[in-house]
Design a protein around this ligand. Structure first.
Ligand code: PLP
Ligand code: SF4
Length: 374
């Protein structure tokens, strides 16, 4: 089960001929030179005829964009490559009729445009709809990547006013899209505005850029973020092969700036639905000081049926890690619902025996714990 090919950081992919290292490692260059067409894709992989067809057919349904950095991690010859499957369209997307456009009813839970509220004290604030690349399994497919839609400053102001008017909001999660697609100046402006609201205690950023465009995490960015502490970051690695040297450097920079970095992954068939791969991912994350936080059950989302894994299997995968690796390397396996996140786990309480509670340990052993009366 141990995938030996991903035990160590993969060697950095060769920078393509004619590209200066300074360009390759620049956020702007990576954004400007993204893979957007079948022709561009052919510079990196040999697409199968199904992939080639899907790129054309699905173009109008969900944007096809990949950063050169992430494209360089794809296996050119293996269509089952876990990097490739996350970003290259599959004809299976068009065959999934069960999924919904908005399985979490996020549109209903929006008190003001771009704010999603399912908890009393915290919100998700979608600050833009742009990402460095577009993941085929994305939950926000309905809103990310529409060209021409750019959230105006005015709309951000309206959401900021709503937060300022709701003193019970103490934790604001900036998401999108991806907040790190913003320029340093715009991000600084937004964080300054949020920090001016006295009841906002914690600001979190949900960003996939440490994984998909790690050169975005510059020292300059970290200097800005650390001016607005407490800042927490959650990123999104799904497979150990994504933990490259540049991605490691990006996470360590954030950590050095005093930012706790967590990871939220999605459990996906053929990508990480394997106890060995998942354990490998989580242990490598901990090694680069990223704490596995959540692993999501893939949603009933249009065009993503081929990624979904039965919940029982997910429970088994995370149960198999308990006792066999550091407790903090095990993320909580959750299902996101319109009512919030629900942990998916078997109860370890077997029952009662008189005044005692019977529990089951990771190795299957039972323990009888005397329980004080209420
Ligand atoms: C996930 C989420 C949060 C944060 O939840 P935590 O369990 O505190 O990480 C807040 N609001 C919304 C809408 C969310 O989806
Ligand atoms: S980075 Fe996140 S929001 Fe953007 S496409 Fe991927 S999953 Fe969706």
């Amino acid at each position: 089960m141990e995938a030996s090919s991903c035990r160590r950081f993969p060697a950095p992919a060769a920078i393509p001929k004619g590209v200066e290292p300074g360009d390759w490692e620049s956020f702007a260059w990576q954004m400007q030179n993204r893979v957007r067409s079948l022709e561009d894709l052919k510079a990196w992989i040999e697409p199968t005829s199904e992939e080639a067809q899907a790129v054309g057919d699905l173009e109008r349904r969900f944007r096809f964009v990949i950063t050169p950095y992430y494209a360089s991690l794809m296996d050119p010859r293996d269509p089952e490559c876990p990097i490739r499957r996350q970003v290259v369209p599959s004809p299976l997307e068009a065959q999934d009729s069960a999924g919904l456009a908005d399985p979490l009813d996020e549109v209903l839970h929006s008190p003001v445009k771009n704010v999603i509220r399912v908890y009393p004290d915290r919100i998700a604030f979608c600050v833009n709809n742009e990402c460095a690349l577009y993941c085929r399994f994305c939950l926000r497919k309905r809103m990310v990547g529409e060209t021409g839609w750019s959230m105006q400053k005015r709309e951000l102001e309206v959401a900021l006013e709503w937060i300022a008017d709701n003193p019970e909001i103490r934790d604001v999660l900036l998401t999108g899209g991806d907040p790190l697609v913003f320029s340093d100046e715009r991000l600084d402006w937004l964080l300054t505005r949020l920090r001016a609201i006295p009841h906002v205690e914690v600001i979190r950023l949900g960003t996939r850029l440490p994984v998909t465009l790690p050169y975005r995490v510059t020292e300059a960015l970290c200097r800005i973020l650390e001016r607005h502490h407490p800042i927490w970051v959650n990123t999104h690695f799904n497979h150990p092969r994504e933990i490259t040297e540049p991605a490691t450097e990006a996470c360590l920079r954030l950590v050095r700036a005093g930012i706790p970095v967590g990871n939220q992954s999605v459990l996906m068939r053929g990508i990480n639905d394997d106890p060995g791969i998942m354990k490998e991912l989580c242990e490598q994350l901990v090694r680069i000081r990223v704490r596995p936080y959540y692993c999501y059950q893939a949603q009933l989302l249009e065009g993503t049926g081929h990624f979904r894994v039965p919940i029982e299997r997910g429970i088994e995968i995370f149960e198999s890690m308990r006792g066999r690796t550091s407790g903090f390397a095990i993320p909580r396996y959750v299902l996101d619902t319109p009512h919030g996140k629900v942990p998916l786990e078997r109860s370890s309480i077997l029952g009662r025996e008189g005044d005692a509670v019977l529990v089951q340990a990771w190795n299957g052993k039972t323990w009888r714990e005397p329980n004080p009366p209420d």
